[in-house]
Write a protein that binds this ligand. Sequence first.
Ligand SMILES: Cc1cc2nc3c(=O)[nH]c(=O)nc-3n(C[C@H](O)[C@H](O)[C@H](O)COP(=O)(O)O)c2cc1C
Length: 357
Amino acid sequence: MSFNSFGRVFRFTTWGESHGPALGAVVDGCPPGLPLTEADIQPWLDKRRPGTSRFTTQRQEPDQVRILSGVFEGRTTGTPISLMIENVDQRSKDYSEVAAAYRPGHADYAYDAKYGFRDYRGGGRSSARETAARVAAGAVARAVIPEVRIRAYLVELGGDAIDRTAFDDAQIDTNPFFCPDAAAAQRWEGIVDNARKSGSSVGAIVECVAEGVPAGWGAPLYAKLDSELASAMMSINAVKGVEIGDGFDAARLSGEQNADPMRPGNDGRPIFLANHAGGIAGGIATGQPIVLRVALKPTSSILTPVETIDREGQAAEIRTKGRHDPCVGIRAAPVVEAMMALVLADQKLLHCAQIGV
Ligand SMILES: Cc1cc2nc3c(=O)[nH]c(=O)nc-3n(C[C@H](O)[C@H](O)[C@H](O)COP(=O)(O)O)c2cc1C
């Protein structure tokens, strides 16, 4: 009923708030004997960390992870792995306006409507600080699926899309936007700068590709790999849409255009001539790359005044000060990767549980 856990066999629970002393995750169901150290987890957290460029929030969090349990002499023991990240740069005074009135688009009103009481400092549990814990858990998941390579990058920001013909994998880690198109990354600097200077914010679309997923992972019907992934991605803060493969565009194609034609391969496995399905058919992986996109809304905490109501239900106006991401989609890319890893690790173990390999 409290919904702080995700996964079936490889299951994790996150805990903590934006302005508490620390946050973290407990990962249960991880197989024993896998090499795992804090140094394996830290690089993924560093990718999501705030304050690394002028295009993200200026909150300075080192996001140093500590493994508190479940690992002995650099290997997982098969017992719960507890991961902790300290919060060191909280400024609760920044949030006095959020205590009194609700930020439209944020979770403030909905949390009060449900719980009648909320930790308003930095959004409390609804803050995307929580996603640091997912990224740490995702690093553990990667140890379970070494055969899979996962990549997430931005394909659109503020309505400005990349040029697919200029797609360069090597560009993704060389600019602050996880953008595979160098010219688009240049344009996006101006878009984000303008948004921030004008007290506004912009949305983004993150694409994620997982290569090396064997045909057979996944399940039919009520646990379709599509639905597991959609659920995982929609659970990320500010995500308002998920597409798998061609997604909504598939509805505009004919049957023959949308087919992924198959030819015989050398090892008995098919060669696919297209991947409109995004690597999943019938809820089960086909062995093609898994491809999905998530749409992230613009940050709701903005300096531009917005009409709202206060806690007494009276008309009010809110300008959200404090430190915020002008485009939450940028730092969401590592979170999308983590959720992909967490779902696939779970699917691998579920597949082993039913099929035995
Ligand atoms: C990486 C990341 C960073 C975010 N940073 C902010 C932020 O600085 N300010 C803000 O208002 N929302 C931020 N958000 C979005 C809010 O957490 C989210 O909108 C809020 O919890 C309400 O949930 P919902 O948008 O999913 O409905 C961020 C989201 C992500 C994924």
